[in-house]
Design a protein around this ligand. Structure first.
Ligand code: NAD
Ligand code: DAU
Length: 332
């Protein structure tokens, strides 16, 4: 399969492109990406140019999407506005990209007769106190971001039932690893710790997230793309659940900083307390997570330490404004 990867210049999309090109040397990848603040050409650096093409366009642009789909056998859709805090401040773009953009892609996939794999999130299920969500759990999103993702998932189901589109969904828990934009907890805290800046922890820091190494998710996506059944949902949960405060303390240890850098700040509105996904259905297709949190977080800190060229321009640009507006303090 030649694959159209929408949002392929972002954090997970680019990890998937890397994985796909490495594991399928006979096929090509075309990335369609708007290159928002989160999408970067640098994320696709050092990949075989003869098998990779980047089209800079919006997933909500019907003509651009149809043109980009020519010669492709499937769409894997990562394109989205992805940061919960930004969705609380300004939800409009989340509806435009995550919901309307998915609709444009579904129409194009239906008309071209190709598979559409929608990349979704555990956040569509909302928060869970005990146990884990499976694929039959009720959708109960809390934020404008997760509601937009749930809206897209419902469209995927509707296209499958109404038009018999070959569409399916992979829902993942929190990914971490190289090239994640530093608005998200782990890269934000790694970069702040390296710089000796405070690490902002929302509320009591006892919110639990289910961490998934990004390359493990990339492998799961290929498994679902190749072996998943049309119309089905596949949950891809990581192997480890940790309260945020433990994640932050682990980062401080790995960067040689002490806990005085921890700063408890105002909690996120509508903050989900715990996410947990059962990956049993995806595992039944033959996928297994290979990297646990202890090893993964060490590799992540190491990557940021060694790749200042990647994050230095981010810390001095749009991100600085976002940070100062959000946290009310300056980066060092
Ligand atoms: P990201 O913010 O790093 O990347 C998003 C990418 O989409 C960027 O390259 C951006 O330029 C592109 N994009 C945004 N709007 C676009 C538009 N209108 N048209 C074309 N491209 C556009 O996000 P990520 O963390 O890599 O997440 C990728 C996907 O995975 C998203 O759909 C997200 O909901 C989902 N997801 C993420 C996680 C996670 O932990 N990061 C977990 C589960 C699911
Ligand atoms: O669960 C999957 C989701 O994971 C994806 O669908 C989203 O696209 C992705 O952004 C991520 O959402 P979260 O809200 O869980 O990730 P974030 O890194 O923003 O926050 C992780 C936890 O850390 C959350 O409980 C909020 C908390 N947090 C976050 C930031 C940015 C802090 O305590 N301090 C912070 O400064």
């Amino acid at each position: 399969m030649n694959v159209l990867v929408t949002g392929g210049a972002g954090f997970i999309g680019s990890a998937y492109v890397r994985h796909r090109l490495r594991t399928h040397p006979e096929f090509k990848v075309r990335v369609l990406d708007k290159l928002t603040y989160a999408g970067r050409r640098e994320n696709l650096r050092s990949l075989p140019e003869e098998r990779l093409e980047l089209v800079v366009a919006d997933v909500a642009d019907r003509d651009a999407v149809r043109a980009a789909l020519e010669g492709c056998d499937a769409i894997v859709n990562f394109a989205a506005e992805t940061h919960v805090d930004r969705s609380i401040e300004a939800p409009g773009e989340f509806i435009e990209t995550d919901v309307f953009g998915t609709f444009i892609l579904l129409e194009a996939a239906r008309d071209a007769g190709v598979r559409h794999l929608q990349i979704s999130t555990d956040e569509v299920y909302g928060s869970i106190e005990d146990g884990s969500f499976d694929e039959s759990s009720r959708l109960d999103p809390s934020s404008p971001y997760s509601a937009s993702k749930a809206g897209a998932d419902l469209l995927v189901g509707a296209f499958r039932r109404t038009y018999d589109t070959d569409a399916l969904i992979a829902r993942a828990s929190n990914n971490y690893g190289p090239r994640q934009y530093p608005e998200k907890l782990i890269p934000l805290c790694v970069l702040n710790a390296l710089a000796g800046d405070p690490l902002p922890v929302y509320g009591d820091g006892m919110q639990v997230r289910n961490w998934l190494w990004v390359d493990d998710f990339a492998a799961a996506i290929d498994t679902v793309l190749e072996y998943g059944d049309a119309g089905e949902v596949y949950n891809v949960g990581g192997p480890d659940e940790l309260p945020n405060i433990e994640v932050v303390k682990r980062i401080l240890e790995l960067t040689g900083r002490d806990e005085s850098l921890i700063e408890h700040v105002t909690d996120r509105l509508g903050h989900d307390r715990r996410y947990s996904l059962s990956a049993a259905k995806t595992e039944a297709l033959g996928w297994r997570a290979a990297v646990g949190f202890d090893g993964g977080i060490e590799r992540t800190v190491e990557w940021y330490r060694e790749n200042e060229w990647w994050w230095k321009p981010i810390r001095s640009g749009e991100y600085r404004e976002h940070y100062e507006q959000r946290y009310g303090s300056a980066l060092g």
